[in-house]
Design a protein around this ligand. Structure first.
Ligand code: BES
Ligand code: MN
Ligand code: MN
Length: 462
């Protein structure tokens, strides 16, 4: 039987198994789901064992375990390291989901006319890393493993991968491979398949602005005492100028300016601005002057408020001048921007712009480096060949705005450029209510991954 045939014959089974995994609410950010995160790790371990992996183990960490498993067919063959994550983002706000987030259902959408699986984690990243488990099963069942494989599936990606960082540094020999593949990104579409060659980094901050020592009557004191929410809004607004350029001194010092031809190439990728606006229900896009939407997301750093709170937000009106105001602010970074340096620049600047009428506290959360990978590697060539064989088209290299900080670590610690072979679409609502993943994307992904193994055997041996 061919691998393609095996995938076709097992469609139903592959979907049902993924559904079982999606039913486990493995939210790493919320301790309430602790048992479920461990349960998901067990599920991954068992599925690797069933597919035929050896030495499958839960590698304990200070947090959630890393699932490791391998199949060494022949030490002289190239080895592929597969990375993914079994943890998911919180599903809140639940009321905005059309169906419960941990009860997967199939529904058709404009971009998924053949149906998509709706569930938290369907695209990020359960549906995507599970393609690797199923491609491995298909190759094993057909006695057609072209390369060795090592799996490393973690449970803390959505909270910064702090323990994976330590694990990778301590287990370089165990993780030794010729390439690392990650399916945790988007592609342009099934018609225009792409491979991600760049991800942004991240610096995530929390700020607290304190005015008076207690909430005050906004009539008695309003106008005479600083309102920390008003002040916070002004401070945040000043972080970008009229060109949507970030005003933090030194912020752009290490940002690379790309050549005209590089930017032209980047902008050649198919991108329908009208469809983009329509899908988001916006009349105009917004961003740094002088850059296209593709560039704003792919090669430029940004600053966004992720949440802002304080004062009275309940029913009706309560007249109050609050004591405190808070915000969570993230900055997406590009290569060479160090997230710790940027966090420090942010903190110094944010404190410097605060008026004397308030006190400011700045707390950095997790962060990570951007990563750009070469298209001139055996891994990229194998990915391109696999895509050509599965989709009948060359892969378009794209740079994406999201972050997988561990990718820079793979480059630094293992000396490997990760191959970002993702099959999600940017409309799949990652981290949002109604996250979904196309059934066709799932099945084509499994097929393409098996083809990647086939082509890497040649490319990786050259
Ligand atoms: N899979 C995403 C990253 C991603 C999504 C890359 C889409 C490219 C396209 C990953 O799970 C994620 O959400 N990363 C976080 C950062 C992390 C440190 C919490 C992110 O990008 O916000
Ligand atoms: Mn992910
Ligand atoms: Mn994510």
């Amino acid at each position: 039987m061919s691998i393609k045939q095996y995938i076709q014959n097992n469609q139903e089974k592959f979907l049902n198994e993924l559904f079982d995994l999606l039913r486990i609410p493995s939210v790493s950010a919320d301790p309430k789901f602790k048992n479920d995160v461990f349960k998901a790790a067990d599920f991954v371990k068992e599925s690797l064992e069933k597919a035929g992996a050896d030495h499958v183990e839960l590698c304990q960490t200070a947090g959630y375990p890393i699932v490791y498993g391998e199949k060494i067919i022949d030490p002289s063959l190239p080895t592929i390291l597969v990375y993914g994550h079994y943890d998911v983002q919180p599903a809140d706000p639940y009321e905005l989901w059309d169906s419960p987030p941990f009860e997967p259902v199939i529904k058709k959408t404009a971009r998924h006319p053949q149906g998509a699986i709706f569930a938290r984690g369907s695209a990020d990243d359960k549906g995507q890393f599970y393609m690797h488990v199923k491609a491995f099963e298909a190759m094993m069942a057909n006695n057609a493993m072209p390369c060795n494989v090592k799996f490393m599936i973690e449970g803390e990606e959505e909270v910064g991968s702090a323990n994976l960082d330590i694990f990778v540094k301590q287990n370089k020999e165990k993780l030794k491979a010729d390439v690392v593949v990650v399916s945790d990104t988007h592609m342009i579409s099934l018609e225009d398949p792409s491979v991600t060659v760049g991800l942004r980094g991240l610096a995530y901050m929390e700020v607290e602005v304190t005015g008076p020592n207690r909430d005050l009557h906004s009539g008695t004191f309003g106008g005479a005492v600083a309102n920390p929410i008003n002040i916070l809004c002004k401070m945040i607004a000043s972080l970008q100028d009229e060109n949507n350029h970030i005003t933090i001194p030194g912020f752009y010092d290490k940002v690379e300016e790309y050549s005209k031809s590089y930017r032209e190439d980047l902008n050649k990728a198919p991108f329908d601005l009208d469809a983009y606006k329509k899908e988001l229900d916006i009349s105009e896009v917004h961003g740094e002057s002088g850059y296209s939407t593709i560039e704003r997301v792919g090669i430029r750093p940004t600053l966004d408020v992720n949440g802002i709170w304080g004062g009275y937000t309940g029913e009706g009106a309560k007249t109050v001048l609050p004591s405190k105001a808070h915000a969570k602010i993230s900055m997406r970074l590009v290569p060479n921007q160090n997230h710790k340096e940027i966090a420090k620049l942010f903190e110094d600047h944010f404190k410097s712009i605060a008026p004397n009428s308030v006190k400011v506290k700045v707390t950095p959360h997790h962060g990570g480096a951007a990563a750009v990978v070469s298209t001139e590697t055996p891994g990229y060539r194998a990915a391109d060949l696999a895509i050509q064989e599965a989709f009948g088209k060359k892969a378009i290299p794209t740079r994406e705005g999201g972050s997988i900080p561990i990718c820079a670590l793979f480059q630094q610690e293992l000396g490997l450029d990760p191959i970002l072979l993702g099959f999600g679409l940017d409309t799949d609502a990652l981290h949002s209510p109604n996250e979904h993943y196309g059934i066709k994307n799932y099945l084509m992904g499994i097929e393409t991954i098996a083809l990647f193994f086939k082509h890497f055997k040649n490319e990786g041996n050259k």
